[in-house]
Ligand binder design. Structure first.
Ligand SMILES: [Fe+2]
Length: 180
């Protein structure tokens, strides 16, 4: 996984949006906003993912497959929806099996976007309460495992004054040492 600051230039969300020269985001920076990731080779991944799932109490999982070829006409609208800035009241855990894409996470308090370019073998944990968005890249294909504890609370809450006051948002800010 490569992590770098998003350039904020207009243009297709699927483009890399990497500054020239690139401005990498360090592991310390990701740590400071509580974004976690591991690399687990896809070949023979199952026992290793099982071990992580057990340790973090993820009892359930499913597989998602997003592609332009598979979705047809609704694809362009769908990826615009994924790209709306939102938060969840639960962690978002993804293990990339095939294809690639970009998770953008907000650095707080700077409010800068950090782009996480994910590839097969990346296991990413985005904490509850962090503002983020997702897009496929120009390959228009990703296949990923979603891991979750019981019933996932994956309803996207689009960023607003209301989400700024959401208890999960406030708990997140406290956890990273920002805000009240
Ligand atoms: Fe999300």
């Amino acid at each position: 996984m490569r992590a770098y600051y998003y350039d904020n230039l207009p243009g297709d969300q699927r483009l890399p949006h990497d500054y020239i020269p690139s401005r990498p985001a360090s592991d310390e920076t990701l740590n400071s906003i509580d974004v976690k990731y591991w690399q687990i080779p896809v070949e023979g991944y199952e026992p290793k993912i099982d071990a992580v799932a057990k340790e973090r109490h993820y009892k359930n999982r499913d597989t998602i497959n997003v592609s332009k070829a598979g979705m047809g006409d609704i694809y362009e609208d769908k990826i615009k929806t994924f790209f709306e800035e939102h938060m969840h009241e639960d962690e978002e855990i993804r293990y990339i099996l095939d294809g690639s894409g970009f998770f953008d996470v907000r650095e707080t308090p700077s409010d800068a976007w950090i782009r996480l370019a994910v590839e097969p073998g990346d296991l990413l944990v985005i904490p509850a309460g962090i503002y983020h968005r997702f897009t496929l890249d120009e390959k228009n294909y990703i296949k990923a495992l979603r891991l979750f504890q019981d019933e996932p609370k994956w309803i996207p809450h689009n960023r607003s004054e209301k989400t700024d006051a959401n208890p999960y948002r406030l708990t997140y800010l406290q956890a990273i040492g920002v805000g009240a």
